[in-house]
Design a binder for this molecule. Structure first.
Ligand SMILES: [Zn+2]
Length: 301
């Protein structure tokens, strides 16, 4: 073969290998059992909770693609033997909600009013046609209790943080809370200022969550953990807020703020990857804290 032919063959091999790798990453789900009736599924996207109840299966979040939604549906059926009758979406970001259209039209889909509003503003194309039935079809503002036979779910919007519409789910009998992206465990969080998120208020929002009776936490990203780890993350968010506030008070530039040595609670934190790093770094969170404190961002209507 000539050199150019070798080159073409090499490129094809690399593209095929890369495609296969991405497909395997999207396909692969890892299940961990938390209690008798509660499971978490890790995959490419936000963590999914699966609860087995007398009145069917409940899932919290649905990952990043319709294909993953289909895989979650199959996996949940294997775990509980019951169809999914309730989907709860913690917030509107695609890695938590784009699996929704894989579920049956008529399924109850619960989220906050703000989440539905953000979806209509940013993602109406994705949820067009038949998929519109899998948009949140039951919404609330502050809190909502749902009884599913032998299980009680308390859904609470504890305040602004990651966005202005996040909910957390307390699985009462399991003493476990799913926090969505109000908690990135050992990762730098995404801070959606345009979607009403707030570094400044995130710490107080976590205080509201800490009032709930639970000992186990499913974070939006990262592995299942416990209250002390959430308190550590809260300390990190408060440090970040105070760095932002001080920068605004003193008129410190963004460039100077990024060099700060005052952010110390992030010792073991790693930038989150979804196959590749997605820009959630130490610099990113410092920049968002600075932008919020200086009003240097545009809130979506
Ligand atoms: Zn998110």
């Amino acid at each position: 073969m000539r050199i150019w032919q070798w080159l073409v063959v090499s490129i094809v091999v690399v593209v095929v290998a890369l495609g296969a790798y991405v497909f395997l990453q999207v396909r692969s789900l890892e299940v961990r059992q938390i209690t008798n009736d509660l499971y978490v599924i890790y995959g490419l996207g936000g963590n999914v909770a699966v609860l087995d109840t007398d009145e069917g299966t409940v899932i919290v979040d649905s990952m990043t693609s319709q294909y993953q939604g289909k895989r979650i549906k199959e996996e949940a059926m294997l775990l509980t033997g019951k169809p999914i009758t309730l989907i709860i979406n913690t917030h509107y970001h695609i890695d938590h909600i784009h699996g929704n259209p894989a579920f049956d039209p008529g399924t109850r889909v619960v989220a906050t009013e703000k989440t539905l509003h953000h979806l209509q503003q940013t993602d109406a194309d994705y949820f067009s046609g038949e998929a519109v039935a899998l948009m949140p079809n039951e919404t609330f503002v502050d809190d909502k209790e749902i009884t599913m036979g032998n299980k009680t779910l308390r859904l609470i919007h504890p305040g602004r943080g990651h966005t202005d519409g996040d909910l957390v789910v307390l699985f009462v009998e399991e003493k476990t809370v799913h926090m969505g992206d109000l908690f990135f465990y050992l990762h730098y969080p995404n801070i959606d200022l345009e979607g009403g998120g707030s570094v400044a208020q995130w710490g107080d929002t976590i205080d509201k969550v800490l009032e709930l009776p639970f000992h186990t936490i499913i974070p939006g990203h990262g592995v299942v953990t416990n209250r002390p780890k959430l308190e550590q993350f809260q300390a990190f968010m408060r440090q970040l807020a105070s760095i932002g506030k001080q920068a605004a008070d003193k008129g410190t530039s963004l460039e100077e703020t990024l060099k700060t040595d005052r952010l110390t609670e992030d010792e073991d934190y790693e930038p989150l990857k979804m196959i590749i790093p997605i820009g959630l770094t130490r610099e990113f969170v410092l920049q968002r804290a600075w932008e919020e404190a200086n009003g240097a961002f545009e809130l979506r209507p």
